[in-house]
Design a protein around this ligand. Structure first.
Ligand code: NAP
Length: 286
C-alpha cells in the first residue's frame, strides 16, 4: 500500500515549464513547498518564472535551457542536473507539441522532431532519473499523454501515436515498479487552454466539448498522483470519451474522432516560433 505523498522539500523537474500545463505544474508545486528544476527553450520566460516562484514561495528554482527534440538532449539534461548536485524526486515529462493535417503534407523533419520530443526525450529522461529513485525506494514520474492516446486520429496520426506510446509506456512502468515505492502516472487531458492550438494551427474555440484550464488539469493530476493511480483523464466528458473508445472498433473510433476535429486556421509553426534545432544552446544550469 502506498503512503501519502509529501511534496515539501522534495525536488521536481518539469519539462516544458515555460507555458501552459508545465507552468501550472510549477506554480502548484511551488505552492506546496517543492524545489523546482524548470526546463524548456525559452530562457527569459523560465528565468522570470523562477524568480517569481522563489520570491512568492521561498523555494529554490533552477533553470536549465534545453531543446529536448535534439538527439542526446535528455541525457545532457540529466548530466546538468547531476553536476548541480540535485536529486529529482518527481519527474514531469510535460514538454510536447502536435502536428495537424494530412500526413503526406506534413514536414517529415517536423514530425521527426515531434517524435524526438514527445517520445524519445521522455524515455531517455526517465531512463536517466529512475534508477536513483529506485535506489532511494521512492520517486514519481508524471508523463503527459492525451485523450488522443486512446484512438488513432486521422490528420493527427503522428501526434496520437506518440501519446499512445506515452500511455502504454507509463502504465507498463507503473506495473513494473508499483511495489518498489515508485509512482508513475499518465495524464490524458482533452483540450486545454494553452499555446498548443496556436502551435498546431487550429483554434481552441473550435474544439468539441469543454476546454479545461491548465490549473484544472494539474489539480486532477496531483490528486491522481497522491492516490497512486496509473492514469488520469481530467474532466467528466473526457472520461466518458476515453471510456467509449473501448466500446467501438478502433477504425470506427478513428473515423468519429476525425469528424470532430476543427478545420485548420493557419499553418502550424514551430513550438518555439520557428527556432531551428541548430540555433538552440547547449543545456545550461542557472
Ligand atoms: N493543450 C492541450 O489541449 C493538450 C491536450 C492533451 C495533452 N497535451 C500535452 O500537454 C503537454 C504540454 O502542452 P501545453 O498544452 O501546455 O502546450 P504549450 O503551452 O505549447 O507548452 C509546451 C511546452 O513545451 C515546451 N517545448 C516545446 N518544444 C520543446 C523542445 N523542443 N524542447 C524543450 N521544451 C519544449 C515549450 O517551451 P519552449 O517553447 O520554451 O521550449 C512549452 O513550455 C504536451 O505534451 C501536450 O502534448 C496538451
Amino acid at each position: 500500500m502506498l503512503l501519502a505523498y509529501h511534496y515539501r522539500g522534495k525536488t521536481a523537474l518539469i519539462t516544458g515549464a515555460s507555458s501552459g500545463i508545465g507552468l501550472a505544474f510549477a506554480q502548484a508545486l511551488a505552492a506546496r513547498g517543492m524545489q523546482l528544476i524548470l526546463v524548456a527553450r525559452s530562457e527569459e520566460r523560465l528565468r522570470h518564472l523562477a524568480s517569481e516562484l522563489r520570491e512568492r514561495h521561498g523555494i529554490q528554482a533552477e533553470v536549465i535551457v534545453s531543446d529536448l527534440s535534439r538527439e542526446g538532449a535528455a541525457t545532457q539534461l540529466a548530466r546538468a542536473v547531476r553536476e548541480r548536485g540535485l536529486n529529482v524526486d518527481l519527474l514531469i515529462n510535460n514538454a510536447g507539441f502536435g502536428t495537424y493535417g494530412p500526413f503526406a503534407e506534413q514536414s517529415a523533419e517536423r514530425e521527426h522532431e515531434e517524435i524526438m520530443l514527445n517520445v524519445t526525450a521522455l524515455v531517455d529522461l526517465t531512463h536517466a532519473l529512475l534508477p536513483a529513485m529506485l535506489a532511494r525506494g521512492e520517486g514519481a514520474v508524471i508523463n503527459l499523454a492525451s485523450l488522443a492516446a486512446f484512438l488513432p486520429i486521422p490528420h493527427m496520426a503522428v501526434y496520437a501515436a506518440t501519446k499512445a506510446f506515452v500511455l502504454s509506456f507509463s502504465q507498463a512502468l507503473w506495473t513494473e515498479y508499483r511495489r518498489q515505492g515508485l509512482r508513475v502516472l499518465a495524464v490524458c487531458p482533452g483540450p486545454v487552454a494553452t499555446n498548443f492550438f496556436a502551435v498546431i494551427g487550429t483554434s481552441q474555440e473550435d474544439m468539441p466539448g469543454g476546454i479545461l484550464s491548465p490549473e484544472q488539469v494539474v489539480a486532477a493530476s496531483l490528486r491522481a498522483l497522491e492516490r497512486g493511480r496509473s492514469q488520469v483523464v481530467p474532466g467528466l466528458l473526457n472520461k466518458l470519451m476515453a471510456f467509449s473508445t473501448h466500446l467501438v472498433p478502433r477504425t470506427l473510433g478513428a473515423r468519429v474522432a476525425g469528424s470532430f476535429l476543427p478545420r485548420r486556421t493557419q499553418p502550424g509553426r514551430s513550438a518555439a516560433g520557428g527556432r531551428s534545432l541548430s540555433s538552440t544552446p547547449e543545456p545550461q544550469a542557472h
